[in-house]
Design a protein around this ligand. Sequence first.
Ligand code: GLU
Length: 281
Amino acid sequence: MISSYRGRLAPSPTGLLHLGHARTFWTAYQRALKSGGTLVMRNEDLDPQRSKPEYAAAMLEDLRWLGIGWQEGPDVGGPYVPYAQSQRGEFYLETWRRLVREGFVYPCRCSRKDLARIAQAPHDEDDEPLYPGTCRPASALDETAVPESPAGLNWRFRVPDGEAIAFEDGHFGPQSFVAGRDFGDFLVWRRDDVPAYQLAVVADDAAMRITEVVRGADLLRSTARQILLYRALNLEPPAWFHCPLMHDAAGQRLAKRHDALSLRALREQGQTPEEVIAMFG
Ligand code: GLU
């Protein structure tokens, strides 16, 4: 039987992958295997400042070393090329155009400094702060005022304030985040002409026909944002499966700065893939 399951691995080449990433990707691999489906590798080199080709090469190599295989990706091709975000600009522009045409997004002129000054309640260390709505227009953009390109301005998605965005997570069970309280009007395009993660990931998961997203629990709140994008774009969202994050001995969440726990370092210390997999617990 041919399975319609399509999963993906979506690492960002902004550093070396660590044990926490490896555990999440291992879970994604196992879930695709179990359902006899297809696994897609997507290089999320969206941010030209932070992405490095040497990290992109290292992440593919380290995951293969661990024993993870994929059927589509930047190194093997497939029906949904290209598999690197830096080459998918046209898809993102088209998505932005649809959102702006239908009045879901608006331009924002707030600087980083303005936003820092009106800092809100603490959030996850790398989550987007709650936007106070400074540039939010009273009504949707007038069609005649829609520019040709998003460049030069930040663009934000207007969230339905007070609405609970609920979804079922395959690992954590029922989830719910309130728009305007747990997250605010979020960025879909940056003034330096880089699409924001939320827009790019939804455009790609939809275009690549992904049926289940497996990723770290740090993105649970982003899932609620992405569900709003799917709705605005009239697309069916995938199923969600978030993996618990790993912490170091001092209780700190693993991050790319934890070089000692990178797959590279473990491998150089002589650990075998089996020993690394046994560390996932
Ligand atoms: N590229 C993102 C990251 O490395 C993950 C995106 C996702 O899985 O949705 O954090």
